[in-house]
Ligand binder design. Structure first.
Ligand code: CA
Ligand code: CA
Ligand code: CA
Length: 302
């Protein structure tokens, strides 16, 4: 893949033997201010189409993090609508910074989609960080030059003062979902590399299939939970779940209901149900922000 500008986000569609197609422009990912370090994909509105979270912590900072909602259309493919304003939170005060602290000081590094309050929708975590200069003779990287002070080693720099942010999703749990925890036995316990295929429909009509692969890392210093979160939108019937383990074993399951967490153990033909209390608690050291958002377009094609 030839990438003309490594600092511009690009989306490539995999055509298998036909190679990769750059669909960045047609997909609407044209925000030139995106300088992401963190990148995650997850279905934040449970519609079955993956959305994108970018933590724009690339030096020198100053860009808001980006959340893109996928408004997929069958004829044209993915198209992303930016909903970044939900993460537009106030700057910390640092009046002596030189150069001045950027207007969007939170420099997103690691990012995360995960259902931290176990209510069926994905929440967001952004880890912020990076040193910055408070003296004119000390340069923030990446402009550190020979003979010039550099943030990594001089007292003129402050360490990260940007708290990590945890956004609870209070607007995305009205649609159906399924969460699957895989436990490897012959394969690795977290089932990294496992492929999950879920077929669902609305009372037998409009059958669709979703694929997920459990990843061991994504973006800068981060990863989503190993649980497989499937957004089902209005689908009320799950026809089949197929798991292909890294060991090569394939298992199929039917008769699984919606809006629940299940546990599948490699080689075990039964499904376990994961019981959670739904109790919410704030993890120490994180600031909690509440997310309010709505779909930018009512209704959609499947
Ligand atoms: Ca989505
Ligand atoms: Ca949640
Ligand atoms: Ca929620």
């Amino acid at each position: 893949m030839a990438v003309p500008d490594p600092q511009v986000v690009r989306l490539f569609i995999n055509h298998g033997a036909g190679g990769f197609e750059d669909v960045t422009l047609s997909a609407g990912l044209t925000n030139s201010t995106s300088l992401p370090m963190g990148m995650q994909i997850g279905d934040i509105n449970n519609d079955g189409f993956l959305d994108i979270l970018l933590g724009n912590g690339g030096p020198p900072g100053g860009q808001p993090d980006n959340l893109y909602i996928n408004m997929f259309e069958p004829q044209t493919g993915p198209f992303f609508v930016e909903q970044s304003r939900m993460m537009d939170y106030p700057a910390p005060e640092e009046p002596n910074a030189n150069p001045p602290y950027p207007s969007y000081p939170y420099r997103g590094h690691g990012t995360f989609f995960g259902d931290v309050d176990n209510d069926g929708d994905l929440d967001l975590l952004v880890g912020n960080g990076g040193p910055y200069s408070i003296r004119p003779d000390v340069k923030p990287y990446p402009w550190c030059q020979a003979g010039v002070g550099c943030c990594a080693s001089f007292s003129g720099c402050r360490p990260n003062v940007e708290p990590n942010r945890l956004f609870r999703n209070d607007g995305g749990n009205t649609k159906n979902w399924l969460s699957i925890k895989l436990i490897g036995v012959v394969s690795n316990r977290n089932a990294i590399g496992a492929r999950v295929k879920v077929t669902s429909s609305i009372k037998g009509s409009n059958i669709r299939t979703q694929f997920k692969v459990i990843q061991g890392g994504s973006g800068f210093n981060s990863n989503n939970p190993f649980d497989v979160h499937i957004g089902l939108w209005d689908d009320d019937t799950i026809h089949a779940i197929e798991v292909t383990w890294p060991s090569g074993l394939t298992q199929s399951f039917t008769g699984v209901g919606i809006n629940q967490r299940i546990v599948i153990k490699e080689g075990d033909p039964s499904i376990q149900w994961s019981v959670v209390s739904g109790q919410w608690s704030v993890v120490s050291g994180f600031s909690l922000s509440t997310v309010h958002w709505s779909l930018p377009v009512e209704g959609r094609a499947r």
